[in-house]
Design a protein around this ligand. Structure first.
Ligand SMILES: Cc1cc2nc3c(=O)[nH]c(=O)nc-3n(C[C@H](O)[C@H](O)[C@H](O)COP(=O)(O)O)c2cc1C
Length: 240
């Protein structure tokens, strides 16, 4: 075990994997030296069909973290849906963003709720919750409570009313800071949120350091492919 205790957090395991499985290691002369030139194909996004732009980008930007976004409608209905156009973009101020697209021109329930309430939660999806997350991605009408549907236990945040997934290994409470429409009329809307509370299962913590292996977070590849922390990816079909 390393003297700083990193081994206890699983870093040694990951380090070993990296060493064992990389199929190209840089030569002593530096990165790229001795690599043969590669044949490439170039695409002009503006000349492609929307679906092809989407497939290229989501096939290349992988794996993507999944923000499992919890919101509350003005009438108190709960909503939960996954978004992999999702990222942490700053530590100070602590900021995440996600980007809901439109469903035949109308906002998804998550976006409608966020615009009304100006708050949301993000629950971390681990391997145990992957199927439940997938279930919550169905295109359900607004009166469907995805917590109920996926048999998940909601709990309100400490300072936002939007629900967190109790079963998740970690969750964030967020207040909306910016909403950016990418186009007019809108296609995707980027929602920025300041993280005002961070909840983490205590056994995953060493102070403020997270055990990356124990977290067992799931990442999204393209389509219905996913990655798990240490051993490749798995596939799962969306419902309906
Ligand atoms: C892993 C995963 C990631 C997704 N990422 C996005 C995304 O980034 N943007 C989006 O508009 N839809 C995304 N979806 C689809 C939404 O989850 C789906 O449209 C959902 O029904 C939206 O729910 P809502 O209407 O309750 O907001 C994703 C689906 C899955 C399974």
């Amino acid at each position: 075990m390393s003297p700083d205790g990193r081994a206890a957090l699983g870093f040694e395991t990951l380090g070993d994997l990296r060493t064992a499985e990389l199929d190209h290691r840089p030569s002593r002369d530096g990165y790229g030296v001795n690599m043969p030139p590669t044949d490439t194909t170039t695409f002009v996004p503006s000349e492609l069909e929307g679906v092809d732009r989407y497939k290229l980008l989501t096939g290349l930007i992988v794996p993507r973290p999944i923000g499992w976004i919890g919101t509350l409608a003005p009438d108190g209905r709960q909503n939960l849906a996954p978004f992999s156009f999702f990222a942490v973009v700053a530590g100070t101020p602590p900021t995440v963003l996600f980007s809901p697209g439109r469903r035949t021109g109308t906002p998804k329930d998550t976006l409608s709720n966020v615009l009304a309430s100006r708050e949301f939660t993000v629950s971390v999806v681990d391997e145990r919750l992957a199927e439940a997350m997938n279930l919550t991605s169905g295109e359900y009408p607004p009166d469907i409570d995805e917590f109920e549907l996926a048999n998940l236990t909601p709990r309100p945040g400490d300072v936002v009313a939007a629900p967190l997934v109790s079963e998740a290994p970690a969750g964030l409470e967020c207040r909306v800071t910016h909403v950016v429409e990418l186009t007019d009329p809108p296609t995707n809307t980027v929602v920025f949120g300041e993280v005002v509370r961070i909840h983490v299962r205590s056994d995953l913590l060493d102070g403020t350091r997270i055990d990356p292996v124990g977290l067992k977070a799931v990442g999204r590849m393209s389509g219905s492919s996913y990655t798990r922390m240490a051993d490749g990816y798995f596939e799962m079909d969306r419902p309906g």
